[in-house]
Design a protein around this ligand. Structure first.
Ligand SMILES: [Zn+2]
Length: 285
């Protein structure tokens, strides 16, 4: 028997799982992300050895924050400052002697939701709303890429927003009025001085309005069939939050048909399931 390995390398935690060729997870491990690249790499290799055991590895897939060069597998995740120009693909293929694929975490999550979340839409947008915000767009199951492989950054669109505390709106990318600065976990902390789970109903309504305006733009540009939204803030806000945002989108969408908007069906496992999909022998790249 052989296994396929998925890695979800995030700014707060790193998860590793071994799966069979149908993508069923057999064993998993997780640890907190450190501030040291060497320590993180050692943890990743130890966890791979732990979940794989004595079995042959046929392929590996990884989700990590951008920016990165997905073809060469060189990564520089913005929120992990010690990880700069890390040739992750070359390092892992050398050590583990199997094909290794890596992509931006939101692209990978889109692949996971598409493959295991019951999506069959031709044009599918997945939006992650957690500490930060991003999206991955699939056309007929394949990742849409921009100029020179650039990843479209839907979190850094500017929107017409409503907030009582406008002076606290500040994006980590440096541009003004970014959607991510308004509705991500970090943005919510800056604006309201508390985490998303502590927001009042009125404050959730403001966040939903702003998400709805972002969805309106994304629906207008991509003319997607389906949009799924995952990540901790979306899961925390739940169906009411997503429904409120969808109403705002639908009210303002005049020329383009409204996509079907819903919460992710895979919860916190979307990127991990996508990483396993990258590892499996199917061409989705
Ligand atoms: Zn920004």
């Amino acid at each position: 028997m052989a296994v396929f390995v998925g890695l979800d390398i995030g700014g707060t935690k790193i998860m590793v799982a071994a799966a069979d060729r149908e993508g069923n997870i057999l064993r998993r491990a997780r640890t907190a992300t450190s501030t040291s690249l060497a320590e993180d790499l050692a943890n990743i290799n130890n966890m791979i050895a732990e979940v794989v055991g004595e079995v042959e590895i046929r392929g590996m897939g990884a989700a990590i924050g951008g920016p990165l060069d997905w073809e060469r597998g060189i990564v520089s995740p913005l929120h992990q400052p010690d990880w700069r120009n890390v040739p992750l693909k070359a390092m892992m293929e050398e050590k583990w002697r199997c094909p290794f694929y890596v992509d931006v975490d939101t692209n990978v999550a889109a692949v996971g939701e598409y493959r295991w979340g019951g999506v069959s839409a031709g044009r599918f947008l997945y939006v992650t709303l957690s500490t930060g915000m991003g999206g991955g767009f699939l056309v007929d199951g394949k990742i849409y890429r921009g100029q020179n492989g650039a990843h479209p950054e839907v979190g850094h669109q500017s929107i017409h927003f409503r907030y009582s505390n406008q002076s606290a709106v500040r994006c980590e990318c440096g541009a003004p009025d970014c959607l991510e600065a308004l509705i991500s976990g970090n943005g919510i902390r800056r604006i309201y001085g508390k985490p998303a789970e502590a927001l009042s109903a009125e404050e959730w309504a403001e966040v939903a309005y702003n998400l709805g305006q972002g969805l309106r733009n994304m629906a207008t540009f991509y003319a997607a069939d389906v949009i799924r939204i995952g990540g901790g803030v979306a899961v925390g806000g739940g169906e009411n939050f997503i429904n409120a945002a969808r109403q705002v989108m639908e009210e303002h969408l005049k020329l383009v048909p409204a996509p079907h908007v819903a919460l992710s069906r895979l919860g916190y496992d979307t990127a991990m399931r996508g990483a396993i999909a990258l590892a499996l022998p199917v061409d989705i790249h």
